[in-house]
Ligand binder design. Sequence first.
Ligand SMILES: Cc1cc2nc3c(=O)[nH]c(=O)nc-3n(C[C@H](O)[C@H](O)[C@H](O)COP(=O)(O)OP(=O)(O)OC[C@H]3O[C@@H](n4cnc5c(N)ncnc54)[C@H](O)[C@@H]3O)c2cc1C
Length: 427
Amino acid sequence: MPQAPDLHGPGVVVIGGGPAGLMAAEAARAAGIEVDLFEAKPSVGRKFLIAGRGGLNLSHAEARPAFDRRYSRGGERVADWLDDFDGPALRDWARGLGIETFVGSSGRVFPSDLKAAPLLRAWVARLRAQGVRLHMRHRWTGFDAGGAISFDTPQGPRRLEAKAVVLALGGGSWPQLGSDGAWLPWLAARGVPVQALEASNCGFEHPWSEHLRQGFAGAPLKPVIAHWTAADGQPRQRQGECVLSEYGLEGSLLYAIGPDLREQLRREGRARLQLDLLPGSPVERVREALTQPRAGRSLSETLRRRLRLDGVKAALLRELLPAAVFADAVQLASAIKALPLTLRAARPIAEAISTAGGLALEGIDPRLAIRALPGWFACGEMLDWDAPTGGYLLTACFASGARAGRAAAAHVTASAGPNRSSSPCRT
Ligand SMILES: Cc1cc2nc3c(=O)[nH]c(=O)nc-3n(C[C@H](O)[C@H](O)[C@H](O)COP(=O)(O)OP(=O)(O)OC[C@H]3O[C@@H](n4cnc5c(N)ncnc54)[C@H](O)[C@@H]3O)c2cc1C
C-alpha cells in the first residue's frame, strides 16, 4: 500500500484509548492543549466495557495508606499518582459524568447501574465536546527506518510528527480487545527498560482427575483459608473464595495471593499452598467430630453431618489425600485444616484479567516522562505495577493517565507555548 500523507499532532498525542489514555487526553485538554488520540481498534475502551460485564468495579473504598499497600509491585510510585487522583476523586469524577457510584458490601466501588457503557458513552461525548480528536483504526507500529513514529491506518502506513506523546497501550491480557504488548521490543530497542509481561489476576493449573472435573468444575470453594510462603520467605494466610475450574483453581483468593504463587513458580517451577477447608472450626473440634463413635454412619455422612463438609470440599479431600489418611481421624483432621496443593503453572496471559511487567518504573520519572525518550510519557497497565482485582487496577490507570496527560501538556507548553490556535491533526 502507498504511504499516505503524514499525520501531525500539534499538541499532545495520546496512543491508546483505554481508561488511562482517555484520562490522559482529558487532563491534557483541560490544560488548554490540542489533543489527538489514536486507537488501533474501531472504538475506544473495549476492555473497560468487558470489565463492565462483572459490574465495573471502579475503585475501592478502603482508606489510604491501606489502599496503597494493595499494589504488590510499584506501590510507592502508584501512591504518588494517587496523591493527585485517588478513589474518592474517581467517584467525584464519575459523578461529573452523571454516573453515581456506591460502595458494595466488600468495600468495592461500582457505578449504581453496574454498567460501563453509559459511563464510557458520556465520557467520550464529553471528550469530543471538549475538542479531543479521536482517530480510530490507527495502530501504532513503532518507529520506521528513519526513526519516525509510524501507524497502520485504513489509508495505509502513515508517519506522525508530535510534540508530546502519551503511550497508554495497556498490558497483554485479552489481546482481542486491542492490548497485545507488541510495543515492548519497540521501546526496548530505543533504550527504554522493559520487563516481560506476565499473567496477573489469573487462575493456576492443577491436573484434576476426570471424575473431579466432570463433577465439580465451576463449583465455588468458600470460605477457605489459604496458607502459603510469601516471596520474603514468611508464612502468610488469607481467607477468601475460589472456584475449582477445569484446569485448576481460579477466583479472587488466587488473584490476591497470585504474586507470591508466581514467585514460587519462577523459583521452584511449582507453587505450594495449603487450604483450610473449615475456617470456622479449630482442628481440635474437627478431630473430636471425627473420633466420636459414628453409630453406623459412613465417613462421608459423618463429615457432612458433623462438620458440614460435603460437595466440592469433600471431593477435593478424596482427590488429594491417600486412602490411608481416611482411616486415621487425627491425620484426616489435620488435612482438612491444611490440605496440601501443588500448582503447576499460571494460566496464559491471554486469559488473565491483567498483566504485570511492561515498562519498568525506573524508566519513567515522577511525571511519567519516559527517561530515554524526551517528550514521551506513559501510563496505565503498560507500566510495571501490579494489584489484585477490587478496583485497584482501574484506579491506578485513571490516576496515572491524569498525571501523564497533565505532564505532557506542560511539556508542550514549556517547549512551544500553549497551542490553542494551531491547525488540527490531519487524518
Ligand atoms: C475481563 C476483565 C475484567 C476486568 N474487570 C476489572 C474491574 O472490574 N476493575 C478493575 O479495576 N479492573 C478490571 N479489569 C482490568 C482493567 O480493565 C484494565 O486494567 C484497564 O482497562 C487497563 O487500562 P489501560 O488504559 O491501561 O489499557 P486498555 O484498557 O487495555 O487500553 C489500551 C488501549 O490501547 C490500544 N492499543 C494497544 N496497542 C495499540 C497500538 N499499537 N496502537 C494504537 N492503539 C493501541 C488498545 O486497543 C486499547 O484500546 C478487567 C480486565 C478484564 C480483562
